[in-house]
Every structure is written in structure tokens, then in C-alpha cells.
Design a protein around this ligand. Structure first.
Ligand code: HEC
Length: 94
């Protein structure tokens, strides 16, 4: 039986869970480059006293800044942006 492609997406939305392995850092890079350079540059991600100290904390901070901006990103967008920042700057383990 063929499973419609929309079902996994609906399940993700229903449970609110984000599957980290499916994060797309290239898409996240686009989002960050296009939306996140107004208040701070990338130097904030590598500053000495940086605020984010865990991988889940990184997702939370991205969400916080995204909401402060009044954007309406999906969980998936937040996760992609967080994963891009993690791979490029934070380097937390999974
Ligand atoms: C309205 C201004 C503003 C915009 C736009 C903004 N940020 Fe921020 N961001 C801040 C401020 C202010 C801080 C520092 C908070 C602190 O020091 O307590 C911060 C801190 C952060 C940090 C934590 C840095 C650290 O110390 O580890 C991350 C990650 C981050 N922002 C991601 C983003 C992302 C992703 C976007 C785009 C969705 C974004 N920001 C857009 C204001 C902004």
C-alpha cells in the first residue's frame, strides 16, 4: 500500500516532536543569513561568555530570537537554523 507523503508531516505536527536527524543545516543557513543579522552578527555565537551552553538550549535561543523578530517559523525551521549554528559555531554533540 502506498502511504501518502503528507502522513509523516502530519504526525510530526501532531506530536510536536522534531527529528534531529532530518534537520537541514543548508536551509538553516539561508534562514539565518536572511533574517538574523539585524541585531547581532555571527560573532555573538562564538563570544567568550556565550549564553547558550547546550544543544537543546540552542534551539530554545533560536526560538526566542525568532519570536522577538515576529517571524512565524515552523519547528522545522527553528531546528534547521539551530543545526546550522551548531555545525558552524557551537559544535555540541547530538
Ligand atoms: C531583535 C534583535 C535580534 C534579532 C533580529 C536576532 N537576535 Fe539573536 N540575540 C539577540 C540578543 C539581544 C541576544 C543576546 C541575549 C543575551 O545576551 O542575553 C541574542 C542572542 C542570540 C544567540 C545566543 C548567543 C550566545 O550567547 O550563545 C543565538 C544563538 C541567537 N541570538 C540566534 C538568533 C537567530 C537564529 C536569529 C534569527 C531568527 C536571531 N538571533 C535574531 C537579539 C536578536
Amino acid at each position: 500500500m502506498r502511504v501518502p507523503a503528507t502522513i509523516p508531516l502530519l504526525l510530526t505536527l501532531a506530536t510536536g516532536s522534531v527529528v534531529a536527524q532530518e534537520a537541514d543545516p543548508a536551509a538553516g543557513k539561508q534562514l539565518v543569513t536572511n533574517n538574523c543579522t539585524e541585531c547581532h552578527g555571527t560573532d555573538i555565537y562564538t563570544r567568550e561568555e556565550r549564553r547558550v551552553t547546550t544543544r537543546p538550549g540552542l534551539t530554545k535561543q533560536v526560538r526566542r530570537c525568532e519570536q522577538a523578530l515576529g517571524l512565524t517559523w515552523f519547528d522545522e525551521d527553528v531546528e534547521n537554523a539551530a543545526e546550522f549554528l551548531n555545525r558552524s559555531y557551537y559544535h555540541f554533540g547530538k
